[in-house]
Design a protein around this ligand. Structure first.
Ligand code: UN1
Length: 508
């Protein structure tokens, strides 16, 4: 059992699609480049046309019947094989995450470890309950709530967790008996390809897991509009998620679209906060992964009583943040994923200034020397002494190292300010007072809540997903099985006569 894995110097991998167990090269291709050095081509990747996407869906459809006839335990065995392979290749895969998506090596490794944890969790899930027996009005009847797979699942994932997030969707789908067509992000297709290689090596039957590469407008569009796709699991931007929801379900009542769409997350620093925890949680929430997590915090909502000390200590740490190629162990922030990310960062910074934010740390775009060909920017920090409702900068996700300190008076204003966005994904509150965090838990809108921690760092066996504009529930991790199975009612009579519920007469 061996696969060839990319070393830091290796370039130009010829990525192929995986359809029905066959490797299919692309007629048209695009290049995936290293965001720390755009002259470094990591791979050449197929632009998959509509008819090839349809062929992948047809392969998944054909594989569905024999696959669902296996037991949950049998299907989970393949996932266990995959877990072993991820463990074997952990180091090389971690380096590849850094090379293709830019995250520092330790974060690349955490991404692969998170994927491994999902594989371990789902391998075990094959031996968990697959439904319930419930009581009936008639003593001789057993009623079951029984989970059945929905069919073919299209999984479309982002570049910021190129190894973990695909497995959040793909693995619950296949363990539950669905088959999959997976489209990796066009920013990290070589990692998608490595995953496809491991899927092949793990021995999944042909057609159970298919991988197609390309752009959202062509390949993704073909996948979400295919009538034979029963569920779409999408993680990415709110704009694309909304479009997919509209397009995918138009005229297709059976189709379900599960979305996980980012946030305008925050750290709430209350008046009794431990300042060491508050400052560290704020730096990690705002700037880990260069602010490119859907759970990154663009807002630090700080009680006015602590705000001056907090700000001074926060800025001290921000000034020491190192930016550079993530393969260098001293680097805290790697590059942004692409030049559009850099443009967007400039745009959000300019909006913050235009809307009256007081700039506290004006990070620069770094374009000199060894960084000349990468997408490097420094942190940008600004302040609103009073909350300013209705602003773009305090309501829209920046997905970059851009954060605002907002002064508030007390717990209730902190929560009001926190809730004043269209999103509701991740929230961290820093307090020593159990009554205060309980108030926040009950009154703030979020899917992931933390006390005395950053807003990042979720574990796979917890549900992951937000409310409001952050998505429609838990299309990822622990919660995914709910979207990937249909719970059927199944009732069995053990008597020798027919007795009906609600006192309904069975007399003929
Ligand atoms: C994302 O933010 O896009 O909770 C995913 C975390 C990670 C997953 C983040 N485990 O920070």
């Amino acid at each position: 059992m061996s696969t060839t894995l990319i070393q830091p110097t290796e370039t130009g991998i010829a990525v192929k699609n995986l359809i029905n167990g066959q490797w299919i090269p692309g007629d048209r291709t695009f290049e995936s480049v290293n965001p720390a050095n755009r002259t470094h081509v990591v791979g050449t990747v197929p632009l998959t046309p509509r008819d090839q996407v349809d062929a992948a869906v047809a392969a998944a459809r054909a594989a569905f019947v024999p696959w669902r006839q296996k037991s949950w335990v049998q299907r989970a065995e393949y996932v266990d094989n995959l877990a072993q392979l991820i463990k074997r290749d952990l180091e090389a895969l971690s380096r590849l995450v850094t090379i293709e998506c830019g995250k520092p090596y330790n974060e690349g490794k955490a991404d692969v470890v998170e994927a491994l944890h999902m594989a371990q969790f789902m391998a075990g899930a094959g031996r968990q309950h697959t439904g319930y027996v419930v009581s009936s009005e008639i003593p001789a009847k057993d009623a079951y709530i029984w989970r059945k797979p929905k069919g073919v699942v299209g999984v479309i994932t982002p570049w910021n967790f190129p190894f973990a997030i695909p497995l959040w969707g793909v693995l619950p789908a296949v363990v539950a008996g669905n088959t999959v067509v997976f489209k990796p992000s066009e920013e990290t297709p070589v990692l998608g390809h490595k995953l496809a290689e491991l899927i092949q090596e793990a021995g999944f039957p042909a057609g159970v897991l298919n991988v197609v590469h390309g752009m959202g407008e062509e390949t993704g569009d073909a996948l979400v509009k295919n009538k034979d796709v029963n569920v779409v699991m999408f993680t990415g931007s709110r704009a694309v998620g909304s479009l997919i929801k509209r397009e995918a379900v138009a005229g297709e009542v059976h189709k379900f679209v599960a979305t996980e769409l980012g946030g305008k997350n925050a750290v709430l620093v209350l008046d009794d906060a431990n300042l060491d925890i508050a400052v560290n949680a704020a730096v990690l929430s705002a700037f880990k992964t260069s602010g490119q997590r859907c759970v990154s915090s663009n807002r630090l909502i700080v009680d006015r009583k602590l705000e001056p000390q907090f700000t001074e200590r926060f800025l001290e740490k921000v000034r020491r943040i190192t930016v550079g190629d993530g393969l260098d162990p001293k680097v805290f922030m790697g590059p942004l994923v692409n030049q559009e990310g850099v443009t967007k960062w400039h745009f959000h910074n300019e909006k913050a200034i235009e809307e009256g934010g007081e700039v506290l740390h004006h990070g620069k775009e770094l374009t000199e020397g060894a960084l000349a060909h990468g997408n490097f920017v420094e942190p940008f920090v600004y302040r609103f002494e009073q909350y300013k409702p209705g602003t773009f900068c305090l309501r829209e996700e920046a997905f970059s190292p851009h954060t605002c300190i907002i002064g508030v008076d007390g717990l209730e204003e902190a929560v009001r300010v926190y809730n004043d966005t269209d999103y509701g994904l991740a929230m961290a509150v820093i307090t020593e007072d159990y009554r205060k965090w309980r108030y926040v838990r009950e009154n703030a809108d979020f899917g992931l809540g933390y006390v005395n921690l950053p807003s990042i760092g979720a574990e796979v066996h917890l549900p992951f997903g937000g409310v409001k504009g952050s998505g429609n529930g838990h299309p990822a991790a622990e919660g995914a099985i709910d979207y990937l199975t249909h719970r059927v009612a199944f009732t069995v009579n053990h008597a020798e006569e027919i007795l009906l519920a609600q006192g309904l007469s069975a007399d003929l």
